[in-house]
Design a protein around this ligand. Structure first.
Ligand SMILES: Cc1ncc(COP(=O)(O)O)c(C=O)c1O
Length: 223
């Protein structure tokens, strides 16, 4: 029976293509190292295992929503101010919170053609449009991003270094991009793979974020 009154999700929800993880197999490679879904060839570290086992005695209590211990530890380790940090259940949750907080129907986000799918999924869930900047040669340039930005753009997402392209944006490119954006547009710099960059012209955007009201830098434990 067709029920004309069946519950209908908000516009945009049914346009969301489910997230599909990257390939786990490569012809001719016995054990490819895949980093995009939290795999670690070595398994969890000893200290992580011990902390996990130790946490069992406290799982009947709500966790600390402000993540006070973690906040202090991360701030100390990274040289950041604790009050500037926000913790999520993975960067994905932080992207979702940003989209939920800043996007209204008809707004848009801009990311690269090969940008991480989580940016788009929650943008669409908030009835926002997704504008994709072309990445010829698998490299996202400030010019290509700015070519997509319009007066309904609320958030620009750049991953540097990027997955799956492996390219990155130099500190100078990020500075140029930020300088060209209106101050009410948020620039999210997803540094999930920061620990893997060795190129000297890459630099974390932590310092840039400290001096600006419209930059969010994300990092993750998962890589
Ligand atoms: C570019 C990029 N950002 C973020 C993530 C996800 O990070 P998290 O595990 O913190 O949600 C991934 C995972 O594949 C990624 O490729």
């Amino acid at each position: 029976m067709t029920d004309a009154k069946a519950p209908a999700p908000k516009p945009g929800i049914l346009d969301i293509a489910p997230y599909v993880g990257g390939k786990s197999n490569i012809d001719g490679v016995a054990q490819p190292m895949k980093l995009s879904s939290n795999e670690n060839m070595l398994g969890a570290g000893e200290k992580a295992r011990a902390a996990y086992a130790n946490a069992v005695s406290g799982i009947h209590i709500y966790p600390d929503g402000r993540a006070a211990k973690l906040r202090t530890a991360v701030a100390d380790k990274m040289g950041l101010e604790p009050e500037r940090l926000i913790f999520g259940n993975g960067s994905d949750e932080v992207f979702a919170l940003l989209n939920q907080t800043y996007l209204t129907p008809g707004d848009n986000i801009v990311s690269g053609q090969y940008g991480f799918l989580a940016y788009r999924i929650s943008a669409k869930a908030n009835q926002a449009e997704v504008k994709l900047a072309p990445e010829p040669d698998y490299k996202l340039t400030p010019e290509a991003i700015l070519g997509q930005v319009d007066d309904r753009t609320r958030i620009v997402y750049v991953s540097s270094p990027s997955n799956p392209t492996g390219s990155y944006n130099t500190a100078e490119e990020i500075r140029q991009l930020h300088a060209a954006l209106a101050p009410d547009v948020i620039l999210v710099i997803d540094e999930a793979y920061a620990e893997y960059v060795t190129e000297p012209d890459w630099q974390s955007s932590f310092d840039l974020a400290r001096d600006s009201d419209n930059i969010v830098v994300t990092r993750t434990f998962s890589k």
